[in-house]
Design a protein around this ligand. Structure first.
Ligand SMILES: O=C([C@H](O)CO)[C@H](O)[C@H](O)COP(=O)(O)O
Length: 221
């Protein structure tokens, strides 16, 4: 694996907020509310699709001191899509871990060109997930995101535990996404995650700033 813009400083787990809103004013408002308590501002996939890649530039311009993560979930044309986001100001982008190896390689190649980071999103890779995590790590991604998407989370009986178990087994740097909240973030840290991703636990909270503050406290405890 290769670390570029992203640095795992002093092995302290970082907190990433997923701005899963659908318009730029709402994204900017939420980012302003929570930025002091988070390390990484993520433009969720629906936001990028709704607003366009210009949303990345707007968030970066408003928060130049934060890492900006464009959750592209690229499934094809890895170099092209990663380049679009890096040119727009993204510090990290996602490529699907389930994508063709050449798609992952293309995104990694763009990351190297721009000195930015590529994260492999393992959403929908369930069987053989640990093996695929190791393969994409070999392809040069900065870290993997072990992720249960919103649809998987909505199924009865969902727990974060299998994500954590695969993170422990994989032996490569990883983030966890999929219902991270006050009740689970300590277990994410204990599993050894580099980054905890929280969306709904922050944007659905009555006070998003307070929720981000509490998560950050537990992320670093
Ligand atoms: O990536 C996400 C999802 O696939 C929608 O694009 C979410 O941002 C990610 O799952 C984090 O959100 P929560 O699960 O609500 O914490």
């Amino acid at each position: 694996m290769r670390s570029t813009v992203f640095t795992d400083e002093e092995n302290v787990m970082q907190l990433q907020v997923a701005l899963d809103v659908l318009d730029l004013p709402s994204a900017l408002t939420l980012a302003n509310q929570v930025s002091e308590h988070v390390d990484i501002l993520e433009l969720g996939t629906p936001l990028v699709k709704s607003v366009g890649i210009g949303a990345v530039s707007a968030i970066k311009a408003a928060h130049p001191d934060k890492l900006v993560f464009a959750d592209l979930k690229t499934a094809d044309a890895g170099e092209l899509e990663a380049t679009l986001a890096f040119e727009a100001g993204a510090d990290l982008i996602t490529v699907m871990g389930a994508a063709d190896d050449d798609t992952v390689r293309g995104a990694v190649s763009a990351g190297r060109k721009y000195g930015k980071s590529v994260v492999a999103d393992m959403i929908a890779v369930v069987d053989g997930r640990v093996e695929r995590i190791r393969e994409v790590a070999e392809l040069g991604v900065t870290f993997v995101e072990i992720h249960a998407g919103l649809d998987e989370q909505a199924r009865p009986g969902y727990t974060i535990d299998t994500l954590l178990e695969d993170g422990r087994r994989a032996g490569v740097p990883f983030s966890i996404a999929g219902g991270v909240g006050i009740g689970t973030i300590a277990s994410v840290r204990e599993a050894g995650a580099t980054v905890a991703v929280a969306g709904g636990a922050i944007y659905n909270a009555p006070d998003p700033a307070a929720a981000a503050y509490e998560l950050k406290k537990r992320a670093t405890a």
